[in-house]
Ligand binder design. Sequence first.
Ligand SMILES: Nc1ncnc2c1ncn2[C@@H]1O[C@H](COP(=O)(O)OP(=O)(O)OP(=O)(O)O)[C@@H](O)[C@H]1O
Length: 301
Amino acid sequence: MSDGKIVVTGLTKVYKTVRAVDDLSFTVEAGRVTGFLGPNGAGKTTTLRMLLNLVRPSGGTGTIGGQRYADLVDPIRHVGAILEASGAHRGRSGRNHLRMLCIAGGLPVSRADEVLDMVGLTPAAKRKFKGYSLGMRQRLGIAAALLGDPKVLILDEPANGLDPEGIRWMRDLLKGLADEGRTVLVSSHLLSEMEILADDLVIIAAGKLVRQGTVAGIIDSMGAEQIRVRTPDADGLVAALGEGVGVTRADDGALRITGASRETIGDTALRAGVAIHELVVDRPDLENVFLQLTAGKADIR
Ligand SMILES: Nc1ncnc2c1ncn2[C@@H]1O[C@H](COP(=O)(O)OP(=O)(O)OP(=O)(O)O)[C@@H](O)[C@H]1O
């Protein structure tokens, strides 16, 4: 595999009555965490499964490092994936589960203990899988994905079932893996978490691409930042700010100002002798942007 870039071109999956994925194209760069977002039924899981050769596309292609997954030699050494809360034999220990995967993948069994350590499961290594909590199962899934030290990670809802400490751990782990130059493609419904975790986003709805770009770029594209100001002399402030500044008065009495920075507003108020009781920068958050971009496309098809 030359690089870890994922390229999806015109990917399509038609089930009998449903176009689950519809002429979808996007790219995912190495060295970055890319969030894969979409409402329920948007086609995320189907897309990831097509990339991993688990679902046959009706059209289009998905390649990883320039090759289709099916053509990769030794895929465990190139691509690690979690597609659902990891399954394992209920009576088998986490360590033995991983050792069996090592044997199946032609890896030294000592690798099992290394990845158990990476995901913080060493204390539970000998415990049976049936006694694992959902969060521990997710960690075991990540451990399995990391076995072959892959350049590319494809993770469907990896934070499912994790508690806040587990979510933070996952964030640090995935960011660290991307910093090492790996490609990390991760689907999630946790938008506030994605806003912190991801560098780039691919947003789909009803099987089609809605937006691709950096997190900041996508949020900024949905509207300029606003400054919320409270003052007992709104008219005085508006007059002092002059032309070229957009001001709306919110129901709660605050002014919402666009076209002027907080520094300009503060300095102008000082010069005009206008008291300021509150001055807050309001950026739209990813949740708002996501809901705007996918409005009406959340789809039970
Ligand atoms: N095997 C299948 N047979 C028929 N329809 C399917 C099959 N798998 C998925 N679909 C349909 O394809 C569409 C996309 O499903 P998919 O699971 O890929 O979406 P998703 O974005 O992962 O959704 P969620 O966020 O709810 O997990 C849905 O309408 C779903 O019902």
